[in-house]
Design a protein around this ligand. Structure first.
Ligand SMILES: Nc1nc2c(ncn2[C@@H]2O[C@H](COP(=O)(O)OP(=O)(O)OP(=O)(O)O)[C@@H](O)[C@H]2O)c(=O)[nH]1
Ligand SMILES: [Mg+2]
Length: 290
């Protein structure tokens, strides 16, 4: 497995600024990638959160395995945690769903204010999460226009900006933040495979091979169906991808580096189908194990 780590100075700076700004925040909206709901949660957030209510938004559900997304939402909603799964690109009601959930979460506080004769102001929420997960896209979706820059590469947002997205909801856009050390190497590899780590620092062939390994494990037969090769070895599969996608060097040999880049592009844009690279535990698995 490949070891990746990406925690540049601008992320540490953003982490500090986010901690400072939390005082003025009512609610944290934590965006995660629906395809990797565990690898895409920042463990530093629990320390930073200062007991603020949290709404987990699983973004990019249009690219995730719907069966898995449903399982993840159920698992995450345990212990009264709020969680929504949304397609921020095509679901025109995604913004409304998020506003509604934010207001539900803040209802007890706002009801108390009303009882004291205070008219509650708009809810102030901080949008946070790993790079490239869809924070700025969510804000634009809620605002109904492109107010902040969003693009398909990690590290687009560089400063913290308040947006009056809706009369009832103000949103703080923040830069994507990772953390100094991943607990296990697979976390880094999954984040890299789905585009949350700067590509320039990556060994894309290794990342692709890790992803191939995961897909072969979770979706047996899937890659065979697409690339027409029963190769089980990830390096062998890369050669098969090179052949199928005509990534060949001048001497006719498989260009596995180029095949890896192509494979990652296909994976990131769900051209291999709707795949979740982390599967939720079966709800009854503990009982079954006994
Ligand atoms: N298919 C799909 N793409 C999405 C969704 N949400 C966001 N995207 C895409 O993901 C890419 C990154 O979106 P951004 O909103 O810039 O992500 P960010 O979290 O603000 O990223 P940083 O500012 O770099 O941390 C863009 O190309 C979006 O179009 C979604 O629900 N589905
Ligand atoms: Mg952004």
């Amino acid at each position: 497995m490949v070891k990746v780590q990406w925690y540049p100075g601008h992320m540490e700076k953003a982490r500090r600024q986010m901690t400072e700004r939390l005082k003025a925040v009512d609610l944290i909206i934590e965006l995660r990638d629906a395809r990797i709901p565990e690898a895409s949660t920042n463990p530093m957030l629990n320390m930073m959160a200062q007991g603020k209510p949290r709404l987990i938004v699983l973004a990019k559900t249009d690219m995730a395995d719907p069966v898995q997304t449903e399982k993840w939402v159920r698992a995450l909603r345990k212990d009264n945690q709020s969680c929504l799964a949304v397609d921020l690109m095509r679901d025109s009601s995604a913004g409304k769903k998020i506003i509604r959930e934010a207001l539900v979460l803040m209802k007890p506080k706002r009801d108390k204010q009303r009882a004291r004769g205070i008219n509650p102001r708009a809810v102030r929420a901080m949008a946070c999460g790993i790079p490239n997960v869809g924070k700025s896209t969510m804000i634009n979706r809620i605002a109904g226009k492109n107010t902040v820059k969003a693009a398909d590469k990690p590290g687009v947002t560089r400063s913290l900006t308040w947006i009056h997205a809706d009369p009832q909801l103000e949103l703080l856009d923040t830069p994507g933040v990772l953390w100094p050390k991943f607990d296990d190497e697979m976390t880094g590899s999954l984040l890299a495979a789905l585009g949350s780590i700067n590509d320039d620092i990556l060994d894309r062939k290794m990342i692709a091979m890790d992803a191939i390994h995961v897909i072969q494990d979770l979706y047996p037969g899937k890659l065979e169906e697409i690339y027409e090769s029963g190769e089980v070895n990830p390096n062998g599969m890369l050669k098969a991808i090179a052949a199928k996608r005509r990534c060949l060097r001048e001497n006719g040999e498989a260009d596995t580096k180029r095949a890896a880049e192509l494979f990652l592009t296909e994976l990131r844009h769900a051209r291999l189908g709707r795949l979740s690279l982390e599967h939720a535990k079966d709800e009854n698995s503990e009982e079954n194990a006994e």
